[in-house]
Design a protein around this ligand. Structure first.
Ligand code: GLU
Length: 285
């Protein structure tokens, strides 16, 4: 049976783009008679604001979107992330790295979906692992896993190209696990069969597919939906202040707007002035 999830990070208030994403995940689950889960991705200790999780629940309820079962909270699953990290270390696929962002930017020769591609500086170096981040040796891991493919409901079958990010960080200094590792493990642990999320995370799926192969996890299907963009073509973003510009869900809820009517409008692709749906983004086929 279909199981989807909505997995916001509590580092800023939810905005219309999140509402659209939640509606898509919720409706796909309900259309298939399946389950819709809510997961709070709160392991980025430097940016996480725990009090926002309660706001997120209130925002979803206001939109008329009911989730099934208990809310999944990533900070309660640290042991599982650490165990997977140890497994990958034992397979000889992780190495410690102490490079700073500035060092990586200075040494990088290629750009990836998330910015400068880590040039492999520490791959063959003796690095003190104490307090270091651990990176996945992607070439070694991909060679071990062999050719991989995954399926997006809208874009079709994709050959996995996890190397586009370079050697990604899986275990972090300031957080126990990176997004890639935690999200992949959680989707498996929660029996998610259709991973629904915005097309801005399309490329990340190449890495997730590799992690599934390495860790022997089930392989779901994916549905990367188009993103809501402002009139300048840029996606709504918490950090750009989109939430404060009138697109924030909590503000609209408190102002007395009808959340169910908003969800209905989003379903029909009726968006407020200045907002539209971008079906295709860079990085998507
Ligand atoms: N936590 C991520 C975000 O808020 C979403 C991750 C996912 O859906 O895989 O952008």
């Amino acid at each position: 049976m279909i199981r989807t999830r909505f997995a916001p990070s509590p580092n800023g208030s939810l905005h219309l783009g999140h509402a659209y994403s939640a509606v898509v995940a919720h409706d796909l689950a309900r259309a298939g008679g399946g389950a819709f889960l809510l997961r709070i991705e709160d392991i980025d200790g430097t940016r996480s604001r725990p009090e926002l999780a309660g706001e997120f629940r209130a925002d979803l309820a206001w939109l008329g979107l009911e989730w099934d079962g208990a809310v999944v909270v990533q900070s309660q699953r640290l042991a599982a992330y650490a165990a997977a990290g140890e497994r990958l270390k034992a397979m000889g696929l992780l190495y410690p790295c102490r490079c700073t962002r500035a060092e990586i930017a200075a040494a990088a020769t290629a750009m990836g979906p998330d910015g400068p591609v880590y040039p492999g500086t520490c791959r063959d170096r003796a690095v003190d692992p104490e307090g270091a981040a651990w990176r996945l040796d992607v070439a070694k891991a991909a060679a071990l896993a062999g050719p991989l493919a995954w399926t997006d409901a809208l874009a079709g079958v994709q050959a996995a190209t996890p190397g586009i990010f370079g050697d990604v960080v899986l275990l972090r200094k300031e957080a126990p696990a990176s997004y890639h590792l935690a999200a992949t493990l959680d989707d498996a642990a929660d029996g998610i069969t259709l991973v629904t999320r915005g097309a801005d995370l399309f490329a990340a799926t190449h890495v997730h597919r590799l992690l599934q192969a390495l860790l022997g996890l089930p392989v779901p299907a994916w549905h990367h939906h188009g993103l809501l963009v402002e009139s300048d073509g840029r996606k709504l973003a918490k950090r750009r202040g989109s939430a404060l510009a009138g697109f924030g869900l909590a503000d609209r809820r408190r102002a007395g707007e009808d959340g169910r009517a908003l969800a209905t409008a989003l379903r029909a692709h009726r968006f407020p002035a200045g907002i539209s749906l971008a079906e295709r983004l860079d990085g998507c086929p």
